[in-house]
Design a protein around this ligand. Structure first.
Ligand SMILES: [Zn+2]
Ligand SMILES: [Zn+2]
Length: 287
């Protein structure tokens, strides 16, 4: 067992992290990682930037392409996050998905703005866009704009008053089932790994029920489980390892860092065994 030669779960400013892809690369180098996956939510914008930074500095760091997608399980009513690894950023199916996704976000933004206008809040698209650096525009940016233009005192009040589930300007995101997301990831030639599998735990399910939920995802073609994550405790890890052995699944480890926020994992705050890493590398390498 070694500590932190690989970190397969990280977020940059391209989604909701505080460090740029370039800064993450520099940190990965400082702590001596060999493998590093950038797994921003619903975007791959950071990947060419991270790759360029590695090349510019001539670092002995291997970048693994990744992304984190959200799914909703109608059976257990839990939101699941699924990590995609090992795709080509030029894959046509991937590009189509990202274009559709971005389009959906814009449509949702317009619907939220229309509802806000009905509430006497004439916020504009441009005002919201000034708070987003990437393509992944969302409620966080609307909340920031509402606070900046004096409609609320803080972004959290914006959620409470207008944007949260049940509030007057709430529009839910389009929901994908785990099966749809896994199939999509496979269509990119990538593998699908269930992120922080403790989400089922948080619902208070028994060990047996958790195994059933995992079993459903495995039957849909899930390739692996994130085994070494700060939110996965020893009891759950035992279940994960048992299932992995039974179904020949890949096990991954990642810090899920969002940058240098207090009390949150930093890059490299994770473990992974050599054999798990080798199996992962074999799975993402084209045969
Ligand atoms: Zn997640
Ligand atoms: Zn994450």
């Amino acid at each position: 067992m070694w500590k932190a030669r690989a970190d397969l779960h990280t977020h940059s400013t391209c989604s909701d992290g505080s460090l740029t892809p370039e800064e993450l690369v520099r940190e990965a180098d400082i702590i001596g990682l060999t493998w590093f996956a950038l797994t921003d939510h619903d975007t791959i914008d950071g990947i060419p930037r991270a790759r360029a930074e590695i090349e510019r500095r001539g670092l002995p760091l291997e970048l693994i392409t990744g992304a984190e997608l959200s799914a909703y399980s109608p059976q257990s009513k839990v939101e699941l996050h699924i990590l995609a690894y090992g795709f080509s950023p030029d894959d046509e199916n991937l590009k189509q998905y990202l274009a559709d996704f971005q389009n959906e976000r814009v449509v949702r933004l317009d619907r939220i703005l229309a509802l806000l206008a009905e509430q006497g809040v004439p916020l504009t698209r441009e005002q919201v866009y000034s708070f987003s650096s990437g393509t992944s525009i969302g409620r966080v940016h609307i909340a920031q704009a509402l606070a900046r233009y004096g409609y609320v005192i803080s972004p959290s009040e914006a959620f409470q008053k207008y944007l949260a589930d049940g509030a007057p300007a709430y529009i839910p995101r389009k929901k994908y089932t785990p099966e749809e997301i896994i199939t999509l990831i496979h269509s990119w030639g990538a593998i699908a790994v269930l992120a922080h599998p403790n989400y089922f735990n948080n619902k208070g399910l028994s060990e047996q029920e958790i195994e059933m939920e995992f079993g459903r995802c495995i039957a849909m073609g899930l390739d692996g489980l994130e085994c070494w994550h700060s939110k996965v405790d020893e009891d759950l890890r035992r279940v994960i390892k048992r299932l992995a052995l039974r179904h020949g699944l890949i096990l991954t480890g990642g810090s899920d860092t969002h940058g240098n926020f207090d009390n949150r994992p930093k890059i490299g705050d994770c473990r992974m065994t050599d054999s798990a890493m080798n199996k992962f590398l074999a799975a993402i390498s084209p045969a």
